[in-house]
Design a binder for this molecule. Structure first.
Ligand SMILES: NC(=O)c1ccc[n+]([C@@H]2O[C@H](COP(=O)([O-])OP(=O)(O)OC[C@H]3O[C@@H](n4cnc5c(N)ncnc54)[C@H](OP(=O)(O)O)[C@@H]3O)[C@@H](O)[C@H]2O)c1
Length: 389
């Protein structure tokens, strides 16, 4: 299988290349893309013998550039499967283009489905495309529903499922009192207890926005109404998510937290390929698993995401764009940790919903939201999707 890795220099991207290198008989990297990491991108291209490359936020000899470069790689006739592992808003246009070009898509970039889920999910179903989840929670659900009853399409949950239960580690501030959260620094927030990930998703994990984005992602991936989605805090990150059936029977997928497992499953589906380096649970040791409900008052981002998802239309686009700007500003030390939910809430309150947005509406609302958030917070405005295009 010929694979394009968009975001190859990041946490998911480099682990995807590890998986590809472990199975040369099954996978071949044929296209790579990054935003700015030119040196690493060049090294990866040399190591894997890849000539189709894109540096979307820079210039590099022999490489494509700009958002259009990502779309070109995602639709290249030499590519069978596209791994979308870019951060933030950069993922949704190449995802849609890949689906329309009839490619297999392994989706790590959850923001794509949050921002434009109504368009992407409908298009995927129309094209008969399988959106292969890379996120460990959605991969767990996907693995749990294999071989289960009738579904209306490949990825949709079977009809006899009553609930999908997403697990959350709770992040580094699971037990931090509310008043102390105001003082949290980027350095503290970047120290995730169980997963080693890129900066944006790590901060989202600390605010629990990440779980909120995953709820919206699960809604679209599995065609599951919000009232049948549940989040439970599970500090050990061993149970990656669960599926409850109509008779109360519950299936879970377990494993040592290592993103190469869901990445490899997304690439090798439906096979669980051997990979000696992957860690295993040690059942000879005592293993304690704890579960508790999330605290929405201390972690308002999860509540906001849930509300935005339920309201639908362009609310999730606003949620995602506001969060991306706020997280970038927090990482630059320009706003406080709890300013992230404040800014997101303000953006949602100021928004007038568009129920069935098309491509252009989503782009315009993304730009408008970023501008508003930056103005309110007095922070530098990051480049928007539209400006880059
Ligand atoms: N890391 C995880 O364990 C994990 C788990 C589940 C889901 N996810 C999701 O996977 C996605 C990637 O996360 P990550 O942790 O791998 O992020 P990351 O380490 O920050 O890497 C992001 C990658 O995307 C590239 N990129 C960013 N903007 C781009 C653009 N406009 N055009 C082309 N490439 C661009 C970056 O290139 P540069 O290096 O040049 O900046 C880098 O290669 C996120 O949506 C995240 O929520 C991650």
């Amino acid at each position: 299988m010929r694979v394009a890795v968009l975001g190859s220099t990041g946490s998911i991207g480099t682990q995807t290349l590890d998986v590809i290198a472990a199975h040369p008989e099954r996978f071949r990297a044929v296209a790579l893309a990054a935003a700015r990491s030119e040196t690493l991108l060049r090294e990866q291209a040399d190591r894997f013998g890849v000539t189709r490359i894109c540096l979307s936020d820079g210039r590099m000899q022999g490489a494509l550039s700009g958002p259009q470069g990502l779309v070109e790689l995602a639709t290249d006739p030499e590519v069978d499967l596209v791994v979308v592992a870019t951060t933030g808003a950069a993922g949704w246009e190449p995802t849609l283009a890949a689906i329309r070009a009839g490619k297999q898509v392994a989706l790590a970039n959850k923001e794509a489905l949050v921002m434009a889920g109504s368009i992407i999910a409908v298009e995927a179903r129309k094209m008969g495309a399988v959106l292969r989840p890379v996120d460990s929670e959605h991969s767990a659900i996907w693995q749990c529903i294999q071989g289960e009853g009738v579904a209306d399409s490949h990825l949709m949950a079977p009809r006899d499922i009553s609930k999908l239960i997403l697990t959350a580690s709770g992040g580094p501030f699971r037990d931090t009192p509310k008043e102390d959260l105001e003082q949290v620094t980027p350095r503290q927030a970047l120290a995730h207890p169980t997963w080693n990930m890129g900066a944006k998703v790590t901060i989202d994990s600390a605010t629990l926005m990440n779980k909120g984005l995953e709820v919206i992602e699960a809604h679209w991936l599995f065609d599951m109404p919000y009232e049948r989605l549940e989040v439970v805090v599970h500090p050990q990150s061993i149970v990656h998510s669960m599926v409850e059936f109509e008779d109360g029977s519950t299936k879970a997928q377990l494993g040592v937290p290592d993103m190469r497992v869901p990445i490899q499953y997304a690439l090798g589906y439906p096979d669980h390929l051997p990979y000696a380096e992957l860690p295993r649970l040690d059942w000879s040791q005592t293993l304690e698993l704890r579960f508790q409900p999330p605290e929405l008052e201390r972690f308002p981002c999860l509540r906001l995401a849930w509300e935005a998802g339920r309201q639908g239309g362009t609310y999730p686009t606003v949620l995602s764009a506001a969060d991306e700007e706020a997280v970038a500003a927090f990482l630059r030390d320009e706003i406080g940790f709890m300013d992230i939910p404040r800014l997101v809430e303000k953006a949602l309150e100021a928004h007038e919903n568009v129920p069935d947005p098309d491509f252009d509406v989503i782009r315009a609302i993304d730009t408008q939201t970023r501008a508003r958030v930056c103005e309110w917070a007095g922070i530098a405005r990051a480049t928007t999707l539209t400006e880059r295009a």
